[in-house]
Design a protein around this ligand. Sequence first.
Ligand code: NAP
Length: 241
Amino acid sequence: MEVKDKIATVTGASSGIGLATARLLAARGAKVALVARSADKLEALSRELPGSFVAPADMTVEEDVRTMAARMLEHYRRVDILVNCAGRGYDAPVEHIDLDTFRDIFQLDVVGPLVAMQAVIPIMRRQGGGTIVNVSSGTSLMNLPNMSPYSSLKRALNALSLAAREELKRDNIVVSVVYPYMTATDFEENTIKDSHIQWEEEDEGDLPPLDPPEHVAQKILEAIETEAPEVYAHDWMKGPR
Ligand SMILES: NC(=O)c1ccc[n+]([C@@H]2O[C@H](COP(=O)([O-])OP(=O)(O)OC[C@H]3O[C@@H](n4cnc5c(N)ncnc54)[C@H](OP(=O)(O)O)[C@@H]3O)[C@@H](O)[C@H]2O)c1
């Protein structure tokens, strides 16, 4: 889908990848509904982006997500693009996963994007089509010690997205998944880390440098424009398939 003159909703627009994506889509001529909890940050961003709309919501609260979608629709009368970017990490060894924390992160990383999809799908169908991009993680492609809570939740998001893609083809609604690599945002600082974690020594010199959030925003744009099912921050992340 070409972005120019389209209406896009970006969750997680107050920081990092979502913020960079909102800026990029606006620069390409879209009008962007900005979603996150931090209304002050969204207001500040909105002053930069002509035609944008501030729609604060807590993505863990179903009613908030539905109200946000209704307000966005009332304002723009349509929605062409949904980018589900709001998310948070939770690291813990399986033995010590705190179930309440796991449920909270499940609510944000899986249920929130699902409710947002359910809110826009009927609108997109009535309009004759649309594009949904769900932001997953390279971690969902790996089996890393201590990272199963986050990785399993992002895997759930991948499965929902790619099944929805098949289901919605006949309605001209495209669903794609984007896999960021480690990206220089507040994500690491916001990740909940269990105190039992013992990280294995690793040689950081072997790791590629962090990506800037603008790199992932370009990948999200690529997913929208090419309609590819899965877009990776780097080709080497695809692995043998
Ligand atoms: N950075 C990385 O290394 C990396 C790697 C792989 C995947 N990802 C994924 O990329 C996405 C964006 O993360 P980021 O790196 O940009 O992290 P970030 O800088 O921490 O941004 C997270 C965004 O999510 C929003 N958010 C958090 N809780 C929310 C809630 N309950 N309701 C609504 N919005 C909420 C935050 O806004 P408020 O606090 O204002 O609500 C913020 O806008 C996430 O889905 C993450 O899992 C990141």
